[in-house]
Design a protein around this ligand. Structure first.
Ligand code: DGL
Length: 269
């Protein structure tokens, strides 16, 4: 019994960590498309094709439910996959909707019409592809009115993290926060709209200042998944827990072990 967690690379481990802590009885199969990361500089068709292929692999591994723990894939592929039809009994969920539900203080899965909410000035930090898709603004508009979103495409951060160059990643984050603040001097909330960014969350918080509430997806996705599985206990699937990568399993395992600070062993997808 296992739920699939998909990311373009290592970033989704930040989500995996939180869902495993929240749901210790559930098994997960993690799929990192490390050979094709970063997704954030690819066009939407390309991201869609790669995401479909990874999700098919997770169906083969026995999953019935796959979480696209990758904002870029959620932005470019989720709606298209859902509208194109999934195999019977299979579900794919993304990470934007739970994040927006948390930001707008809604119950999980509340699809009532958009309404005014407390937060009005939101900074979105995401990959260039996610920013270009405007998927965050679109999903937000279904749930809230009058929210001003300023998006900052954080070029380079994912590559630096995938390469393990945290000093470069931190310097880039500070530069992107400065650029955002030039466009929106006083955001009330900041959304880390990429699964890699929680690995440098403190740098975002320090650069933004203590008055800005930083929303990062791990805990939010975990709470929403717990609620979903409570309502759909039959979606836990079959198959054994594990870690799959399209990249070099040894290299990816080393990086993953470094990020999660516990031994992680990937196999070839
Ligand atoms: N970690 C992914 C995300 O959440 C994408 C990073 C990338 O591959 O560019 O957006």
């Amino acid at each position: 019994m296992a739920v699939g967690i998909f990311d373009s690379g290592l970033g989704g481990l930040s989500v995996l960590n939180c869902v495993q802590r929240r749901l210790p009885e559930v098994e997960f199969i993690y799929f990192g498309d490390n050979a094709n990361a970063p997704y954030g500089v690819r066009d939407a068709d390309d991201v869609h094709a790669l995401t479909v292929s990874a999700v098919n692999r997770l169906w083969e591994a026995g999953c019935d439910l796959v979480i696209l723990a990758c904002n870029t894939a959620s932005a470019a592929a989720l709606r298209r996959m859902q509208e194109g039809g999934l195999p019977p009994g299979k579900r794919v969920l993304g990470v934007f909707v739970p994040l927006i539900e948390a930001l707008t203080e809604r119950q999980w899965g509340d699809n009532s019409p958009p309404r005014e909410v407390a937060v009005q000035h939101v900074a979105l930090f995401a990959t260039p592809a996610t920013v270009a898709s405007r998927a965050f603004q679109r999903e937000l508009a279904f749930r809230a009115i009058g929210v001003d979103v300023e998006a900052q495409a954080c070029g380079g951060v994912v590559d630096a993290i995938e390469e393990g160059d945290m000093i470069l990643a931190e310097a880039l984050v500070r530069g992107h926060v400065d650029a955002l603040k030039r466009k929106m001097p006083a955001p009330q909330a900041a959304v880390l709209g990429c699964t890699h960014y929680p690995l440098v969350e403190q740098v975002f918080q320090d650069a933004l200042g203590p008055g800005v509430q930083v929303f990062s997806q791990g805990e939010i996705v975990a709470a929403s998944l717990a609620d979903y599985l409570g309502r759909h206990p039959d979606m836990k699937g079959a198959g054994a827990a594990g870690f799959l990568t399209t990249g070099d399993p040894r290299r990816v395992s080393d990086r993953a072990t470094q990020f999660l600070r516990r031994p992680i062993a990937f196999s070839g997808a």
